[in-house]
Design a protein around this ligand. Sequence first.
Ligand SMILES: NC(=O)N[C@H]1NC(=O)NC1=O
Length: 178
Amino acid sequence: MGVVTKEQLSGMGYEDFIKIFGNVIEHCALCSAAVWAKRPFNDLKQLHSAICTFIDDLPKIGREGILRLHPDLAGRIAEMGKLTSESSKEQLSAGLNEITNKEKSILQSLNDRYKSKFGFPFVICARENKKQAILSGIKARVENDKDVELATGIAEVKKIAFYRLLDIIEHCEEEARL
Ligand SMILES: NC(=O)N[C@H]1NC(=O)NC1=O
């Protein structure tokens, strides 16, 4: 169960709202600051759907920018211990803390190839994918077109956001399904 009740959610002022939901989209407090204007939100799904609409309404460079705010999986920011607490927890849940040196160098070189091809990082919902699925996912996705990858990456960002909201807002079992 999350920490914010539905009553608190629906009556929240923007300062608390940004403090609490500011990293639902990684490093993009602007998203929560903007979406607050669409209140009231009566539950998690309404807030998630407002966040998704905000992202979908961005121009293409804005959606690419959202992807660029994400750290690489098992990348240099993770190595330096500088991930956000959310991203750190997600990378842990995918088992990326147990990655071998060989797997890490394969993943890092695929991440580099992906970024130089598309100009944004490979984004995948780490809570839904273990390290082998991440490795096979990037191998396949690096061969796609840029438009396909922009759409796929954004769909993954929305899944990441949903799980982050589940950690924050009280919800019933029914609402916990995407
Ligand atoms: N690059 C990438 O997918 N990063 C993210 N994925 C996820 O689940 N959390 C992240 O920070």
